[in-house]
Design a protein around this ligand. Structure first.
Ligand code: APR
Ligand code: PHB
Length: 389
């Protein structure tokens, strides 16, 4: 088989890239290790930057988002005693959209199917070859037989555990990492959300986050120690802890119910460079992971896709390779800004096991600065709503 762009990974990065390329008349094949149901079963992020919203509309997968997504014009930050609102819309002129990654992936799969896009599921032992030559190709197994796809470019959209990044020689790849000594225990519950604006609470018992998916679907998190087994957390224990960490007026209003999903995710900051090796590009989680505190993971995947799509479009349609040459640097520059923001917000909001009284005072002072300084709020709002591409 031959295609112009062979995309490894059928998560949001790979599907969105494939969809945008198709609309520009560029051919691609997506190779995904898992089944469609498995990919759609993953509960992940839910807050979209304004740039991500625009990109999804351009990819013609914005209709359901525009009808059912919840426009979010502000966030609430809380310290030990009370919360305060940061008016993102007033400070930046832009707003976010609460719309789950699961829904985005669903719409992308439907759109690829409707347009006759090739997405090959349960592709095993996917392997990129000859990326540092002009004739790269990808091999994989399906139903016991080996297949080969020749292509012009390979897009490594295969997430943190994928094969693409690992195929870059160790002498070339540089990795940067910080692992945080805690995770997030998240639950999804069919209850009305306690607030329509996302609440980030820094409490001495640990961080808590209130988010939502729709009028009757809430997404809540509490910080838990690293390595904590999820079995230690009954629904009752979760609700008690969550209530203890959010401001009293909200705790009183909180409606609880059974958790329909409950899982723990570790927190890490990770980046690999370069984001391009010969004719292979790294996109999204394949190249970088941010802690979820800034809600940047999916949004960074979208900005990578944007830069790569524009680069490939200029290559095929205008015979201009400057975007290809600039991709690694441009995408990484934006990644590092989001990396800093996510690290900063994580550090301010969480309890660290070895933290001193001084450290807590510094956190409280950061939160007071945010509450009292319009300039600090403006800086935060600009980063939260997302830098333009
Ligand atoms: N071969 C084929 N597919 C693979 C391989 C492989 N060797 N390894 C992983 N994959 C697939 C995974 O099964 C998954 O469906 O690649 C896909 C990668 O998807 P994600 O992990 O969701 O990564 P990405 O598409 O970059 O999405 C951005 O940012 O913060 C996060 O939650 C956000 O998951 C979202 C991500
Ligand atoms: C979520 O809704 O899952 C969510 C919201 C905000 C974050 C992280 C996750 O910062």
């Amino acid at each position: 088989m031959r295609t112009q762009v062979c995309i490894i990974g059928g998560g949001p990065s790979g599907l969105l890239l494939s969809q945008l390329l198709h609309l520009a008349g560029i051919d691609s094949v997506v190779l995904e290790r898992r089944t469609r149901d498995y990919v759609l079963g993953r509960i992940r992020a839910g807050v979209l930057e304004s740039g991500t919203v625009d990109l999804l509309r351009r990819a013609k997968v914005g209709d359901r988002m525009d009808k059912q997504g919840i426009v979010d014009e502000g966030i609430v930050v809380a310290g030990e005693t009370h919360g305060f609102r940061i008016d993102i819309k007033a400070l930046t002129g832009k707003s976010m959209m609460v719309w789950g990654q699961t829904e985005i992936t669903q719409d992308l799969y439907d759109a690829r199917e409707a347009m006759g896009g090739t997405v090959i599921h349960e592709a095993e032992a996917v392997k990129p070859h000859e990326m540092d030559t002009d004739a790269p190709f990808v091999t994989y197994y399906k139903d016991g037989a080996e297949h080969r796809i020749d292509c012009d470019w390979i897009a490594g959209c295969d997430g943190f555990h994928g094969v693409s990044r690992k195929s870059i020689p160790r002498s070339v790849l540089k990795e940067y990492e910080r692992v945080y000594p805690f995770g997030w225990l998240g639950i999804l519950s069919e209850t009305p959300p306690v607030t329509h604006e996302i609440l980030y609470a820094s409490h001495s018992r640990g961080f808590a986050l209130a988010s939502l998916r729709n009028e009757n679907l809430s997404r809540y998190y509490v910080q838990v120690p690293q390595g904590e087994p999820v079995e230690n957390w009954s629904d009752d224990r979760f609700w008690d802890e969550f209530k203890a960490r959010i401001p009293g007026d909200l705790a009183e209003k909180l409606i609880t119910g059974p958790a329909i999903e409950k899982s723990i995710a570790p927190l890490r900051s990770y980046a690999a460079e370069p984001m391009r090796w010969g004719r292979m590009f790294l996109v999204g989680d394949a190249a970088h992971i941010v802690p979820p505190t800034g809600a940047k993971g999916l949004n960074l995947a979208a900005s990578d896709v944007h830069y790569l799509f524009e680069a490939l479009k200029a290559h095929y349609l205008d015979k201009d390779d400057s975007g290809i040459e600039d991709y690694a640097q441009k995408a990484a520059a934006r990644v590092w800004q989001a990396m800093r923001f996510s690290w900063w917000f994580t550090t301010v909001m969480h309890q660290f096991p070895d933290q001193s009284g001084f450290d807590r005072r510094m956190q409280e002072s950061e939160i007071t600065l945010l509450e009292t300084s319009k300039a600090a709020q403006a800086a935060m709002a600009e980063l939260y709503v997302g830098a333009p591409y």
